[in-house]
Design a protein around this ligand. Structure first.
Ligand code: TPP
Length: 280
């Protein structure tokens, strides 16, 4: 990306992080670690890679996002709010009675959510099916699927990946959030997964590993996925759980933690300072 575009995408990632805080602070606690680790990829997807229309969320020609790690709804809601799918203030209703923003993503409730997820593993099969459907229709829409590293311990993921490779679904891009932590602790302590890059390659994917909190590296990896071909794509995103807020990064068990008034004030001040520097 040109330097100016990099700044814009970084600013979007910062706004997404602020939105995550607004949503989670309003309920008092939530899935902050895995939401923050995907803020950068969401900024690249919605800042430059995906085709969509906030005024017409169900537009047939849109690219689709499946957040298979559906507990990271706060990150996707923040992105959709910043991009104008619904009013920003609505973030503060998350997970409250009557909200359109349940804690886990739901396509029947939220404008801009393309698939209901939350039961880990299942989104991978849904994404593969959606990509296959687009292929059968002869459409050029693409499907992006964000998968957690802990989530990938679900065997269903690998069935879905096998299917995608067998059907040569080059319109499917799997974005594996390798943040090295899951709910119960570190991936390597719970169940080591070995090399994700080797695994995806063995399963027939065109695969790269990049710094998943670096918008330039992500943009380049995503550009590669535009070329079609006969393999699905995997981008193994080497990320930090809690990325972008040093206190959260440094909290080992940061899967779901309280965000009280004090933390909210400190963290939003840090992010607003960053945003100002990017926008100056
Ligand atoms: C089938 C299923 N089992 C358990 C859960 C509860 N759960 C929600 S998030 C999570 C950990 C997921 O870890 P990871 O995929 O690494 O997510 P991240 O660290 O990126 O947030 C678990 C066990 C669930 N949502 N679905």
């Amino acid at each position: 990306m040109e330097a100016q575009e990099t700044k814009q995408v970084k600013a979007l990632a910062t706004k997404i992080r602020l939105g995550i805080l607004d949503a989670i602070h309003s309920v008092g606690s939530g899935h902050i670690g895995g939401s923050l680790s995907i803020a950068d990829v969401l900024a690249v997807l919605y800042g430059r890679e995906m085709r969509y229309d906030p005024k017409d969320p169900k537009w047939e020609g849109r690219d689709k996002l499946v957040t298979s790690k559906g507990h990271c709804g706060p990150a996707v809601y923040a992105t959709l709010a910043v991009k104008g799918f619904f009013p920003y203030e609505e973030l503060k209703t998350m997970n409250k009675p009557g909200t359109r923003l349940p804690s886990h993503t739901d396509r029947n409730k939220t404008p801009g959510i393309d698939m209901t997820t939350g039961s880990l593993g299942q989104g991978t099969s849904l994404a593969a099916g959606m990509a296959y459907g687009e292929r059968l229709k002869g459409s050029d829409c693409r499907v992006f699927c964000i998968v957690g590293d802990g989530e990938s311990q679900e065997g269903q993921c690998w069935e879905a990946f096998e299917f995608a490779a067998a059907k040569k679904l080059s319109n499917l891009v799997v974005l594996l959030d390798w943040n090295k932590r899951q709910l119960d602790g570190y991936l390597d302590d719970c169940m080591p997964m070995g090399s994700f890059e080797d695994k995806f390659k063995a399963f027939g994917f065109d695969t790269v590993t990049v710094n998943g909190n670096d918008v330039d590296a992500l943009a380049e990896a995503l550009e590669r996925t535009r070329k079609g071909g006969d393999k699905p794509y995997a981008i193994v995103m080497d990320t930090v759980k809690g990325a972008g807020i040093p206190d959260v990064e440094a909290t080992p068990m940061n899967h779901s933690i309280p965000v009280g008034d004090e933390q909210y004030a400190k963290w939003t001040a840090e992010l607003n300072k960053q945003l100002k520097e990017l926008e100056d």
